[in-house]
Design a protein around this ligand. Structure first.
Ligand code: ADP
Ligand code: MG
Length: 338
């Protein structure tokens, strides 16, 4: 299906998230960590949008900013609800609270995000009560939680147990059950499987896929692991130092890589394919520059093996090169020979 036939669920326009840095001297100029530095993206209903990039490039900040866990410094985030555009930044506390039911997040570390003093039943039930889906003491709530637990692969006898009595994979299922019990439309999965063993990872990924198909969910799937993102995503966005550098459908990104940073990331994926073994592994040289004082021009130029004079001076434009494939590069790579 062509992406232009799909319905836009979230329209993100030139979003910036700058965190002020504590001054060491009162006369010092205020400096900022430019964690997100002008991101424009449509997220379509029903898709899994994978977001990749090295640690510290601003992925979590982006997910949290969409959900208004941090108000954005600049730009707009529009959410399509009942055929109308809702400007998330303009919502007051109360309306944002009710929207939050529809806009959920699953965190990487279920250890720190699950209250150790609450049972699984209480953890899942808490949101149901606070969003008014059930009244306290309603017997139907327990049946509802049992159903969600089963959907998430948790046995119902676990209802009265505490998080520490579970394995990492099971705790992640509890975190997922807690979010999905609210019947959200959009879920940010922030490194949701990164802390798990590979075999458990694939179980959780399959669970997330099944739940998505059942409820027509939309995921923003954040990970630093390209092999995971390739497996789950309809489209992928590659982030570098607070900006998207490339966005495309998953197959197209791998077959027709346009950005030198994407090329380097892809070349680092371990492969079992014999034909692929010969492919060159591109080492990214140098450290990631600071998001406080990012390089001028193309932010990637300090590590780019194709860097030219113009790249050091002029910021490349975000360009649609066809079929919804976007890239920000002065010299995008051509279609590769097979
Ligand atoms: N609440 C915050 N306050 C100040 N700086 C932050 C905050 N959250 C993230 N940062 C900084 O923003 C940058 C992006 O961080 P993050 O979004 O966590 O990246 P990622 O998820 O890609 O690893 C980092 O330099 C990080 O130190
Ligand atoms: Mg993160």
């Amino acid at each position: 299906m062509q992406t232009n036939e799909k319905k836009v669920l979230l329209r993100i326009q030139d979003v910036k998230q700058y965190f002020p840095i504590k001054k060491t001297h009162f006369r010092e100029k205020q400096k900022y960590v430019k964690a997100n530095d002008g991101i424009t993206l449509d997220i379509y209903e029903g898709e899994t949008f994978g977001l990749v990039g090295e640690s510290g490039c601003g992925k979590s900040t982006f997910g949290r900013t969409i959900l208004q866990l941090y108000p954005q410094t600049h730009g707009e985030i529009l959410y399509q609800k009942d055929g109308e555009w809702v400007d998330l930044k303009a919502q007051d506390r109360e309306s944002m609270r009710s929207l939050r039911k529809e806009l959920q997040i699953v965190f990487q570390d279920p250890y720190s995000s699950l209250n150790p003093r609450m049972t699984v039943g209480q953890i899942i039930g808490e949101g149901l009560l606070s969003h008014g889906m059930f009244k306290r003491g309603d017997g139907a709530m327990k049946d509802y939680i049992f159903q969600i637990m089963e959907d998430c692969g948790l046995s119902t006898y676990m209802f009265g147990r505490y998080p520490h009595q579970f394995s990492g994979g099971q705790r992640q299922r509890i975190g997922i059950a807690r979010s999905l019990a609210l019947r959200p439309r959009f879920v940010v999965c922030d490194e949701a499987v990164s802390a798990l063993d590979v075999s458990i990872q694939s179980q959780i990924l399959n669970l997330l896929r099944d739940l998505k198909e059942k409820d027509n969910l939309t995921y923003l799937f954040i990970t630093h692991d390209l092999s995971v993102v390739k497996y789950v995503s309809d489209r992928i966005g590659v982030m570098y130092l607070g900006n998207l550098v490339e966005v495309s459908e998953t197959g197209e990104l791998f077959e027709n890589t346009m950005h030198p940073y994407t090329e380097a990331l892809l070349s680092a994926i371990p492969t079992t394919d014999v034909n692929d073994r010969k492919k060159e592994r591109i080492l990214l040289e140098g450290d990631i520059p600071s998001p406080v004082n990012p390089p001028r021009g193309c932010k990637f130029h300090t590590r780019c093996r194709y860097c030219q004079e113009v790249c050091t001076q002029q910021e490349p434009e975000w360009t649609n090169v066809g079929k919804g494939h976007y890239v920000a590069c002065h010299f995008p790579l051509g279609r590769k020979e097979k």
